[in-house]
Write a protein that binds this ligand. Structure first.
Ligand code: ADP
Ligand code: MG
Length: 238
């Protein structure tokens, strides 16, 4: 059974249709990358999985539940955004603990989860610092830490590396993959960068203009692209 099942999903903003009949199944533990040019509907699709946008047609299921009408807090997902969205007046530790405290989690469990996330992400020395006292890569790790402490069924990433310089981007790719190998949390990762998609994905979903062009493992898409768009997109330099 799919951990996340996106079935015949459509999205319209008023009269404008931005997603048409999109279906993707994501297996438990899989790392799936949604890739495609800017404006093709990647973020909208991810935000619908997160519950931040309503679904205009079709169903989204997480585990055994159809979640179309569930608010984000009830979906057992954690999302990492491009701009990190850290709280500037909270320390690293407080940033990571905040979502758990909101949910009235036992303080001992909060402390243990924050410690574990800090160890995994090499943030232990920085727990008392504020976001402005951190490098870009460290801030991105704090954003990931906030997702990890919640132990979600699914991680959602929306272009998490696009604000980083090229060298750091390559390093963080590796870190995110290592994190996935360690935690095996089902992940949906959005990027417009085909190199990122090729190096990180178990399965790539290539999108264009609100539709899926092809779904497959990186090498499959490279060796047997379904059409010229996929060939051009996957084959072109970053
Ligand atoms: P991507 O993440 O692939 O760049 P988006 O999902 O952000 O693409 O956007 C897909 C399309 O939907 C774009 O044409 C965008 O302008 C439009 N869109 C996104 N959000 C809204 C919104 N809140 N209202 C109207 N149109 C939107
Ligand atoms: Mg986007």
């Amino acid at each position: 059974m799919a951990q996340v099942a996106i079935t015949n999903v459509a999205k319209a903003f008023g009269p404008v249709k931005v997603l048409h009949d999109v279906s993707v199944d994501i297996a438990d533990g899989q790392f799936v990358v949604l890739v495609g040019p800017s404006g093709c509907g990647k973020s909208t699709l991810l935000r619908m999985v997160a519950g931040l946008e309503t679904v205009s047609g079709g169903t989204i299921a997480i585990g055994e539940r159809v979640v179309n009408n569930l608010p984000p807090a009830k979906r057992d997902i954690a999302m990492v955004f491009q701009n990190y969205a850290l709280y500037p007046h909270k320390t690293v530790e407080q940033n990571m603990a905040f979502a758990l405290k909101l949910r009235k989690t036992d303080p001992a469990i909060v402390a243990e989860r924050v410690k574990r996330a800090a160890d995994i992400l090499d943030l232990a020395p920085y727990l008392k610092r504020y976001p402005r006292q951190l490098s870009g890569g460290q801030r991105q790790r704090v954003a990931m830490g906030r997702a990890i402490v919640r132990n979600p069924q699914v991680f959602l990433f929306d272009e998490p590396l696009s604000n980083l310089d090229a060298k750091l981007r390559v390093q963080m790719r590796t870190e995110i993959k290592e994190l996935h190998q360690r935690l095996k949390t089902t992940t949906i990762y959005v990027t417009h960068d085909q190199i990122e998609a090729m190096t990180m994905a178990d399965k790539i979903v290539v999108m264009r203009d609100g539709r899926i062009e092809q779904v497959g493992a990186p090498l499959e898409l490279f060796d047997r692209p379904a059409n010229l768009f996929v060939a051009g997109f996957i084959g072109s330099p970053a």
